[in-house]
Design a protein around this ligand. Structure first.
Ligand SMILES: Cc1ncc(COP(=O)(O)O)c(C=O)c1O
Length: 387
């Protein structure tokens, strides 16, 4: 007898975690796997959470989150997107961007509904779709186009069962940032085919070289069919706090709030007060972090392009680069496994992000410049040893 549901059995483990676990048993490892800032949350945010505890705010909050946080999110979005989502009915505070995505999908997907996801993609998306009884369908991203989708590839993937498109810009694992023109075309497709869009924008503050960030939610006719997902995790180095949010049409957000009541009730109260300070306090630490990532990005991309059998385009955003290792003449899984065993450097095989990720490895530069220098020199030793 197997009492575990078919749905649960369908969900694969994370390739990122797998590499992480193997590396954890080794010493002197340089890791490029981490998908989180290596900074501690800025002190003013930590202190705000402590003050909230000291005030005795130890109770449940509203399912949608404390009103001052929803208002702060609303005004931040208002100034940055030029849109007004009602903090009362159109904004929900969630346990990270992850829970915002999950709640959104639970509210939007009926069993059998198809959901368009890019390939490569952040591996949680298809798993979350499966957890909702949906069917993931993929459109391929190509390096020749900087891993920005060709709208035609999405158009071809649409069927009568398509319900939802998941977009991620800036994107994990490729670092691609979608331009306004591409988003405009995808918006036209969504409207024409009556599709809803979940736009995962958790990396939107990490953008380089003057690239402009655009959100599909701001395109004409899209505010009422887009759920914007964002998070404090990456922006303010708050991954362990588990606080994120979503903004979207009332009919969707109200139902997410209903689900929230049955999932976690509400996000941790102190984390919510910390998040208010993150939005309303000084932004100096954020700007310093962005600057540091920009310097590390230059260092790692230049370094990678000087290593035989490796090439890497400039990621426009995030803190990942997606390096092409096809010239090494082996699968990305073999490449990363040998790299780990022979030089104790961990990177994530591109195939872990979907079939189109084969031939690439993802390296996170949310690590010190000292690690980047040492990791790149080991990587060079490894590729130079290849025939
Ligand atoms: C693309 C993307 N979306 C969402 C998340 C969720 O992060 P969190 O739940 O910590 O906000 C991550 C985390 O790695 C991510 O890479």
């Amino acid at each position: 007898m197997n009492e575990v549901s078919r749905r649960a059995r369908e969900i694969a483990g994370s390739p990122i975690r797998r590499m992480f676990n193997i590396a954890a048993a080794m010493e002197d490892v340089i890791s490029f796997t981490v998908g989180e800032p290596d900074f501690v949350t800025p002190a003013n945010i930590r202190e705000a959470a402590v003050r909230s505890l000291e005030r005795g705010e130890t109770h449940y909050t509203a399912n949608a989150g404390v009103p001052p946080l929803r208002q702060a999110i609303g005004s931040r979005l208002g100034s940055e997107y030029g849109l007004s989502w009602d903090p009362e009915t159109e904004i929900i505070v969630t346990a990270g961007g992850m829970e915002a995505l999950m709640l959104g999908m639970m509210v939007l997907i009926d069993p059998g509904d198809e959901v368009l996801i890019s390939d490569p993609h952040w591996p949680n998306y298809p798993r979350q779709v499966l957890m909702c009884g949906g069917v993931p369908r993929f459109f391929t991203l190509r390096e020749e186009n900087g891993f920005v989708p060709y709208p035609d590839d999405l158009r071809k993937a649409v069927t009568a069962k398509t319900k939802l498109i998941v977009l991620n810009s800036p994107a994990n694992p490729t670092g691609a940032v979608m331009d306004a023109e591409t988003l405009q075309e995808i918006a036209r497709l969504a409207i024409q085919k009556d599709l809803f869009v979940i736009s995962d924008e958790v990396y939107r503050r990490f953008i380089y070289d003057g690239t402009q960030f655009s959100s599909i939610s701001t395109m004409e006719g899209m505010t009422e069919r887009t759920l914007v997902v964002d998070s404090f995790s990456k922006t303010y180095a708050m991954t362990g706090w588990r606080v994120g949010f979503a903004a979207g049409p009332r009919r969707v957000v109200e139902n997410m709030v209903k689900y929230q009541e049955n999932f976690v009730g509400c996000v941790n109260t102190q984390a919510q007060y910390g998040a208010i300070e993150a939005l309303q306090g000084p932004q100096t630490a954020l700007h310093e972090m962005i600057q540091t990532y920009a310097e590390r990005r230059r260092m790692i991309v230049e370094g990678l392009n000087n290593i035989p059998k490796v090439s890497c385009g400039w990621p426009k955003g995030t803190f990942y680069c997606f390096a092409n290792i096809r010239d090494a003449g082996m699968s990305s899984e073999d490449f990363t496994m040998r790299l780990l065993r022979e030089t104790r450097v961990v990177a994530v095989p591109g195939s872990g992000f979907g079939a189109a990720g084969e031939g690439y490895v993802r390296l996170s530069y949310a690590t010190s410049s000292k690690n980047i220098t040492e990791g790149l020199s080991r990587l060079r030793r490894f590729t130079e040893s290849l025939p």
